[in-house]
Design a protein around this ligand. Structure first.
Ligand code: PLP
Ligand code: ZN
Length: 568
């Protein structure tokens, strides 16, 4: 629980107001660029007195996170990853104070779990049940895992370049994958338009407060871990120690933006004596930030056709995120550097052979950048360097997913359109993109009414249905509400709990069957109670009967599909 209400401050007009997860624009000027603020004096006192006794996970910093109830019940153990010392690499680079933040050791193996843990918790607290995200892979995987636990249906828009293994990993959590044959930036526009058409919440990356705030926990953990693990570091007598450098492979730039804010807060509270330099590493074939930096520009020109095999890093248009990082690097030091795919693959093999760290190519980009910056003398031997090592993906079992785990949007490519797009700003969706989207946005989904007085039971059923297919899910918490909904606009199927206070399942069923408008609706009665022979006979005449223990069985899925097909 935050000790004082979190404030949102508009980065454009300075207007400040109480934070709410679903308020995405400044009420005064309409800007989407908001920043969280806290009562730092209060937090400093608390942390000095209490932090030592808290478990080492990201919720130990809850006073500076925009989530009310911590740790949230949906947490999977995000954060609290080890800070490893370099071993052979340290010797090869003559860099004695090299540390590796091992984010592979988090629930879905990348630092996107921090983002998912905080963002999904904040959205769940605000009652959200459906969410859209565009991703180059790892965000979709992390969000899928946490959304499954939160009973939030997730739509993940992925470019078709994302490796099949990653797409299947997203799908296995029950997320609706939409595979977009286009660049990542175009996939993002399609997702935005899809969310707008359906009135759904879409994740806005660096413009979302919970998302930026989640990445701060990397800075907090690193500083605390260095204090314990690196006693020889210079630190000016303050409580914690900051590194001289934080290195990360960058796509949209969210990670370093959040990390920079974390260090700024620690500096402001008097915990650390310096602001680390940022080493921002991009893949050569998609390095808009590096190009802009080399030209001394505060704005990056978009790269419409990224040319890298490392899809995780394929953001061609970083927008304002680059400018925020540019400002930081100008003020506190650091640099932007590009490495080729070949350099990244070599670093990947080397890190596995020499350090026992098997990582995905995107993480290897950061290490290739480290090697380059040390060779160039930009990083000095006495400096303390932390590299974010992330994203280790296992191949997953493809055969359990069946056929229909992705939807396909094809954006028609014509020569003129290509050329128009090279010069057009990337803000507005192109016509071809919208036409492509219409193939998935127009269906009418079967409506299923869940009737149960027990909220966790409803959430479980909702989640099962969300992962099963496309249904419009209605919920009633008692029998009267159920009858009202059923009579106003009869659903295609009702899943009915038997034991409820007030009007119980038997009475609801009797009433449904005696009204012509609702008599035909198929009903599945679910119960935890053992029924008498007589009760069973009575129910079986009017409904399908299932025991609550059977919820996760294939039989339950089959039953729902069968009843819906019959009702057509
Ligand atoms: C997301 C991701 C990146 C890029 O991070 P941003 O901060 O969003 O630019 C780099 N490496 C890995 C492994 C990632 O998952
Ligand atoms: Zn404003």
């Amino acid at each position: 629980m935050s000790i004082s209400p979190v404030q949102s401050r508009c980065m454009d007009c300075g207007h400040t107001f109480d934070f709410h997860p679903l308020t995405t624009r400044c009420p005064k000027c309409g800007s989407e660029w908001l920043e969280a603020q806290y009562d730092y004096d209060l937090v400093r006192d608390r942390w000095l007195r209490q932090l030592a006794d808290r478990p080492f996970n990201l919720w130990r910093y809850h006073e500076l996170l925009p989530v009310q109830h911590t740790p949230p019940p949906i947490d999977l153990g995000a954060g609290g990853t080890p800070l490893l010392r370099g071993v052979h690499l340290t010797q090869m680079l003559k860099l004695p104070h090299l540390f590796i933040k091992d984010e592979r050791q988090s629930p879905t193996s990348s630092f996107k779990d921090r983002q998912a843990a905080v963002t999904i918790a904040a959205l769940q607290e605000s009652g959200l049940t459906e969410l859209v995200v565009a991703s180059t892979g790892n965000v979709a995987i992390a969000y899928s895992a946490f959304a499954a636990r939160a009973g939030i249906k997730l739509w993940a828009f992925l470019t078709s370049l994302v490796p099949q293994e990653k797409m299947r990993e997203v799908a296995i959590y029950g997320t609706q994958v939409v595979k977009v044959t286009a660049s990542y930036d175009e996939a993002k526009q399609i997702a935005v338009e899809f969310a707008r058409q359906r009135g759904l919440y879409i994740d806005r990356g660096a413009r979302s407060i919970p998302t930026v705030e989640s990445m701060k926990t990397l800075a907090f953990e690193i500083s605390e871990q260095l204090t314990r693990q690196h006693p020889e570091a210079r630190y000016g007598g303050l409580p914690w120690r900051a590194p001289d450098w934080y290195l990360q492979a960058v796509s949209g730039g969210l990670g370093p933006i959040g990390v920079a804010k974390g260090f700024r807060e620690l500096y402001r509270m008097g915990f650390i004596d310096r602001m680390p330099k940022l080493g921002i590493v991009q893949a050569e074939g998609c390095s808009p930030m590096v190009r802009a930096w080399e030209q001394g520009k505060a704005q990056a020109d978009p790269i419409p056709r990224p040319r890298t095999h490392i899809t995780t890093l394929a953001t061609g248009n970083p927008g304002r995120s680059y400018t925020l990082l540019y400002d930081y690097v100008r003020e506190h030091g650091g640099t932007f550097v590009a490495v080729s795919d070949a350099e990244a693959f070599r670093a990947m093999h080397m890190l596995a052979k020499m350090e026992g760290l098997s990582m995905e190519p995107a993480a290897a980009v950061a290490f290739a950048g480290l090697i380059k910056l040390v060779r160039q003398g930009v990083i000095q031997p006495h400096e303390t360097v932390v590299v974010n090592c992330s994203g280790h993906t296992m191949p997953i079992e493809s055969h359990i997913l069946g056929e229909r785990w992705a939807r396909h949007v094809v954006v028609a490519r014509r020569q003129e359109q290509d050329e128009a797009q090279e010069t057009a700003p990337l803000g507005a969706p192109q016509e071809g993109l919208l036409a492509a989207l219409s193939s998935i946005a127009t269906e009418r989904y079967p409506r299923i009414l869940i009737v149960d007085d027990h909220e966790p039971a409803r959430i479980l059923l909702r989640r099962i249905l969300q992962s099963l297919g496309d249904y419009t899910i209605l919920e009633a918490s008692d029998g009267y509400q159920a009858l009202e909904i059923a009579q106003q606009d009869p659903p295609d199927l009702i899943i009915l709990d038997l034991m409820m206070p007030g009007l119980d399942g038997f009475s609801v069923l009797d009433s449904l069957k005696s009204h012509p408008a609702t008599a035909h609706i198929p009903v599945i009665v679910v119960t935890a109670k053992t029924l008498t022979q007589e009760e069973q006979r009575r129910l079986r005449r009017m409904a399908r009967l299932m025991y609550k223990g059977e919820f996760l069985s294939d039989e339950f899925f089959e039953e729902i599909r069968r009843l819906l097909d019959q009702a057509r």
